[in-house]
Design a binder for this molecule. Structure first.
Ligand SMILES: C[S@@+](CC[C@H](N)C(=O)[O-])C[C@H]1O[C@@H](n2cnc3c(N)ncnc32)[C@H](O)[C@@H]1O
Length: 384
């Protein structure tokens, strides 16, 4: 196995346990860019008696050809495109798992396998890792302070154009608030909505971490956590939510998303984001109802299937004598079996997108429809 981003060496230790004893098949190579980090990982692994991990100092984006090919490659550091070396160094039939920053600061961990001469994703999970740095595939983050006291920061990626000066005071300017209408269950993950906004809004969706003082002072009201901000030249929007007055049929609490626009043009941008939220809701509702009514046989994405981690915590330790209990970890944190909302089947999405594009009435709808049509063509081409 190859791991990019050795860090503490902990994950490499887990992988070493999974690969089995030292030998032709049981070996892990892990890479980090800083010598003190590499030293730390080596020391930590040696301290627990793990001897089938090699920690290399280097640029993870280049992989490590000397030990290739690898049956599995896992990046615990984020890329904005998959470095070729990882694909070249993967053994036939292997699997690559990497966090990929898609747009704005929205990222997902995607597992790729070669299939018919192309790389196909076999699963995708929401998460964010720090980006690759100090190498050929750097994806530097740009931090834009939105308040003078540093309580709110906009996180963008290096390639994004942003007028940091124009946005520096945006939260202190008059705001507008647009409520979107549809309601969601409190515990419902907004990850697919986030992905939709990331793909449809020109700036993508971006993280906007805020310190508690910014909320206590009323500068930000009920901000939805993590990736919530869209921006243009002078305006910025953030997502918020409020409790609906009604509940679901089973009594569960419901919430409505809202969009707060800040700065000149914030009202227009907020309307655009709200439109995109409504579009997303309409598409998913239609896709859900059509799959219910047709008892769809369309395959669900692979990540909604449950794996079968051992229900009994194992007390096994690594062959090298390390006192690790991977079985227990897997039992406590069942990474794959977690129930989660399904992404609507792709073919249904495409059909819905096309229908929407044909029923646009207002200028806003038409602009959105053009974007939607482009997206549908792209998705259809990719799917084909
Ligand atoms: C989230 S941490 C990895 C955690 C680690 N796997 C563990 O078990 O502790 C990300 C690591 O990626 C490393 N990193 C960043 N850029 C890198 C690059 N170009 N090549 C290799 N490692 C890199 C960082 O130094 C950091 O240690």
């Amino acid at each position: 196995m190859l791991e990019l981003g050795a860090g503490t060496g902990y994950n490499a230790g887990l992988l070493a346990h999974l690969t089995g004893p030292t030998g032709p098949t049981g070996h892990v190579t892990t890479i980090d860019v800083d010598d003190d980090i590499v030293d730390g990982a080596r020391t930590a692994l040696a301290a627990v008696g793990i001897d089938n991990v090699t920690v290399i100092l280097g640029d993870g984006a280049l992989g490590h050809a000397d030990n290739a090919p690898y049956d599995r490659i896992i990046a615990t550091v984020s890329a904005h495109a998959v470095p070729h070396a990882w694909l070249d160094q993967l053994a036939p039939g292997g699997r690559l798992l990497t966090p990929l920053r898609l747009r704005g600061t929205v990222a997902r961990s995607i597992a790729f396998e070669p299939h018919d001469g192309a790389w196909r994703s076999v699963s995708s999970e929401m998460n964010t890792f720090m980006p690759l740095r100090q190498g050929i595939a750097d994806d530097p983050r740009r931090l834009v302070p939105l308040t003078r006291d540093g309580t709110v920061t906009l996180v963008t990626s290096g390639g994004q154009e942003i007028d940091a000066e124009a946005l520096s005071d945006v939260l202190h300017q008059p705001t507008t608030q647009v409520w979107t209408g549809p309601t969601f269950r409190g515990q419902e993950s907004a990850e697919w909505l986030g992905l939709w906004l990331a793909c449809t809004m020109p700036s993508g969706l971006n993280r906007m971490p805020a310190k508690p003082q910014a909320i206590e002072s009323g500068l930000l009201s009920a901000p939805y956590p993590s990736s919530t901000a869209c921006f243009d030249q002078t305006a910025l929007t953030s997502l918020t939510r409020r409790k609906a007055s009604h509940t679901a049929s089973d009594g569960a609490g419901l919430y409505e998303f809202g969009v707060i626009g800040h700065g000149p043009g914030g009202d227009t941008l907020a309307e655009q984001v709200a439109d995109a939220v409504r579009t997303w809701t309409a598409i998913t509702a239609a896709a859900r109802s059509s799959s219910r009514s047709s008892h769809s046989t369309t395959p669900r994405p692979p990540d909604v299937r449950a794996a079968s981690p051992s229900p009994t915590p194992s007390t096994g330790s690594s062959s090298s004598g390390a006192e690790m209990d991977v079985g227990l970890i897997a039992h406590r944190f069942p990474l794959v079996a977690r129930p989660r909302p399904a992404c609507p089947p792709l073919v249904e999405w495409i059909a819905q997108l096309r229908d929407m594009a044909h029923t646009a009435h207002t200028d806003g709808d038409r602009t959105l429809a053009a974007a939607v049509q482009n997206k549908a063509a792209l998705i259809a081409a990719t799917a084909a």
